[in-house]
Design a protein around this ligand. Structure first.
Ligand code: BGC
Length: 743
């Protein structure tokens, strides 16, 4: 982790980047080991293989079924790398390993907790389970910012804001690596949609990129020291991310001084010279057209000194991560773990991640013991949904049910797209929580039947789902398969209709005015049914807040059409027809992603970034900002003015610079308080959140900066102003190169 040392001389401040002892030791050890390696041994560290058969390839018998492995060099005590997905739990890989893992709630649910400490515990849990199953690399840390709510992997990611995503992702990575398991951060960079994912070219201006997606990675790397980064499938301003010298060398190494290794995403390497662009390891190479980092790279290294030097550096980067995270001295534990405690933690994350969006007339929490509740849809009698693709997790005993996604398809990886439900049925949990109430369930196939039964129920709870899977985008913001029609019919029949959304990302709600309450439960993980029941019945006071904006309509997005949706056939591994291209202009919003775009355009959302209700009331106030620029501090108070225990997220936004309106989240704090309790909060503001990227470095102009606390991005309180001196920060993010009064 990079730490900052600040030396003050008069009004000038100089910050040096200082390496930790662990970093220095890891660097020295990596240099010494690589010096003893032959080129063939170095290749052993930079060429990753699959752990499942593919074509004529058969993995070695000792392979632990996961995502891939890298053989290591036993002669020098360098352990093999055993890799598994992902951020949401140790994945199921079609049940082929014979064990599952504890499913955490989706990334959007994790982001909705706004609770990095809790996500650090989640990371520790993931690290423990990975190690118990023999893995020492976790392909976790998914943190791509949501630029389009139709992205089919929205559920894997944490939100739309760089500071928020960096804090949550880095906490998880710290937790994972505390168990001597290397974590990635991924996918570097942008990876904005699944349609045409292997060839889509994202065009974006460097300043906008530095201030948004790259800033998120930069901050997360600094705060967690991930052993590895996974580069993305998409191209960025021309070259594919995994062969992109600007991303992998200029930014990552030269500017940020990153010392771990860059592994490719699976199937993302197209040439041996990706090595020269900055890629350190070809992953699951059997998926690619060739083992580019095998014999081909070895041959080049034997004959070309530039290639040889590069191969040495690549191997050294892998070794650095192994030593930094302690893989050589802490082999995978292969020990049992406390499954019940892990399930409990998953439930806690779900409870903190469920967002109460509407609660008219305080219909929630369910009061007393209603005579009859009708539950409709969402397979709520069976379990709670997960998303699809490489991140799918199921318990050891497998999913409660599986719903085929592509029926009868023999396309490669088709089975990874099937939708699995965790064995945690909301209907069962509600029956347990409300023993005196008759709970009826109908699947919602026929809205006429649902509406007929709704007429007689005291309360109706509709579970509405939107499935997302890697490889496919969602076409629009509707709830598929007629669920919007179903909800409208039920809401007309019963005024006490509560909607529980289990969606990967934002959906439109054409029926919103006609229902009493809406809970966004996302994909709530292994104990999701219990968590939902606890929130509905008030055993848990909801404290989740949206980490992404819910737009009213696709017309409000920077791009109302999703690139390629019409002309590119969805495909998990498809590289498109020869020469097929797809380009998207991300300069429309630039660094103003999500709420920043809506603020800039003066568009009101359906539900803003940061929104979330509670069963109690909170008051934020007394904001006071004090400089200097490099150590700007915010102080304010949070009070629980209601009559229940609860937690809220105080959000601090920069709202103008020298009278020019902007909106940037610069800090947040989740605060848990008893009724009547008040607490002081103090936040230090990361200077780069105030800066613009200008002429290859960060610049904070002199002037008046306005800040406001918010309950969400559209509900802001009285602002406070502070005058800041000019400050320029070098591209390493740490070295202050000038300040206004520099002598
Ligand atoms: C995904 C990665 C994942 C990898 C290995 C790819 O399809 O994009 O996120 O880590 O597979 O399973």
């Amino acid at each position: 982790m990079k730490s900052k040392l600040m030396l003050c001389a008069g009004a000038m401040a100089l910050v040096l980047s200082v390496q930790s002892h662990a970093q220095i030791t890891a660097t020295e050890r990596a240099e010494s080991t690589v010096a003893q390696m032959t080129n063939a041994e170095k290749i052993q560290l930079v060429l990753g293989h699959l752990t499942s058969p593919m074509g004529e390839y058969e993995p070695p018998s000792e392979a632990i079924v996961g995502a891939g492995f890298v053989p290591g060099v036993s002669r020098l005590g360098v352990p093999p790398l055993w890799e598994t997905d992902a951020s949401l739990g140790i994945t199921w890989v079609g049940g082929n390993r014979g064990t599952g893992g504890t499913a955490l709630p989706s990334g959007t649910a994790q982001g909705s907790t706004w609770n990095p400490d809790l996500m650090e515990q989640g990371g520790r849990m993931l690290g423990t389970e990975a190690s118990a199953k023999g893995f020492n690399v976790l392909l976790a840390g998914g943190m791509n910012l949501m630029r389009d709510p139709r992205n089919g992997r929205t559920f894997e990611y944490l939100g739309e804001d760089p500071w928020h995503a960096a804090l949550i992702a880095s906490a998880a990575v710290r937790g994972i690596q505390s168990r001597n398991v290397i974590s990635t951060l991924k996918h570097f960079a942008i990876n904005p949609q699944e349609t045409g994912r292997h060839f889509m070219n994202v065009e974006i201006d460097e300043a906008a990129l530095r201030e948004s997606d790259l800033l998120a990675f930069e901050l997360a790397i600094e705060q967690s020291g991930p052993g590895a980064l996974m580069c993305a499938y998409n191209a960025l301003n021309g070259p594919l991310s995994c062969g992109n010298p600007f991303l992998l060398t200029d930014v990552l190494r030269d500017d940020w001084g990153y010392q771990g290794f860059v592994m490719s995403d699976w199937g993302a390497v197209e040439a041996t010279d990706f090595a020269m662009a900055g890629l350190d390891q070809q992953s699951g190479a059997q998926i690619d057209e060739d083992l580019f980092f095998g014999d081909a790279l070895l041959e080049l290294a034997q004959t070309d000194s530039d290639y040889e030097a590069r191969l040495t550096q690549m191997a050294q980067n892998v070794l650095y991560a192994i030593y930094y995270v302690g893989l050589d001295t802490n082999l995978p534990t292969r020990e049992d773990f406390d499954k019940a405690a892990h399930a409990e933690l998953s439930k806690q994350i779900a409870e903190e991640g469920i967002v109460l969006l509407k609660n008219e007339g305080d219909v929630l929490p369910i009061f007393g013991a209603p005579r009859q509740i009708l539950v409709i849809g969402g397979n709520a009698d069976a379990g709670t949904p997960s998303g699809g693709g490489s991140s799918r997790v199921a318990a050891d005993e497998g999913p409660a049910i599986t719903v085929p996604f592509i029926r009868g398809s023999d396309a490669p990886f088709a089975s990874m797209l099937d939708q699995m439900y965790h064995n945690s049925a909301p209907v069962d949990a509600l029956r347990e929580a409300l023993p005196g109430t008759e709970i009826i369930y109908r699947d919602g196939r026929y809205s006429s039947e649902a509406a007929m039964l709704a007429e007689d129920a005291d309360l109706v709870i509709v579970f509405a789902t939107q499935y997302q899977t890697e490889g496919y985008d969602v076409a629009d913001l509707s709830l598929p398969n007629g669920q919007d029609v179903l909800i409208a019919a039920v809401a007309e029949a019963n005024e006490n209709t509560i909607i529980v959304l289990e969606t990967g990302g934002p959906v439109a709600m054409p029926w919103l005015n006609d229902v009493s309450a809406v809970l966004e439960a996302w994909y709530p993980g292994a104990k999701g049914g219990e968590a939902i029941a606890k929130v509905l019945t008030g055993k848990v006071n909801p404290s989740g807040h949206l980490p992404i904006s819910f737009p009213k309509s696709l017309d409000d997005l920077p791009r109302s059409d999703l690139a390629g949706l019409k002309e590119v056939a969805p495909s998990f591994i498809g590289k498109g027809a020869p020469g097929q291209t797809l380009t998207e202009n991300y300069d429309i919003e630039g660094s103003d992603i999500g709420y920043r775009w809506y603020a800039r355009e003066g568009i009101k959302t359906l539900f803003p970034f940061g929104a979330g209700l509670s069963y109690t009331e909170f008051n934020f106030g007394g904001l006071s900002m004090t400089g200097p620029t490099a150590e700007l501090k915010a102080r304010f108070e949070v009070e629980n003015t209601g009559d229940a225990d609860g937690a809220d997220v105080a959000q601090l936004y920069l709202t103008s610079i020298n009278d020019k309106p902007v909106q940037r989240l610069v800090g947040f704090q989740k605060v848990r308080l008893a009724p009547g309790e008040v607490t002081d909060v103090s936040l230090t503001i990361e200077p780069r959140l105030l800066a613009n990227w200008t002429d290859d470095h960060w610049v904070i102009d002199e002037g008046t900066y306005t800040f406001a606390l918010g309950y969400d991005a559209e509900t802001l309180l009285e602002p406070d102003y502070v005058t800041l001196e000019r400050l320029e920060i070098a591209s390493d993010g740490a070295t202050i190169i000038t300040s206004e009064n520099q002598e």
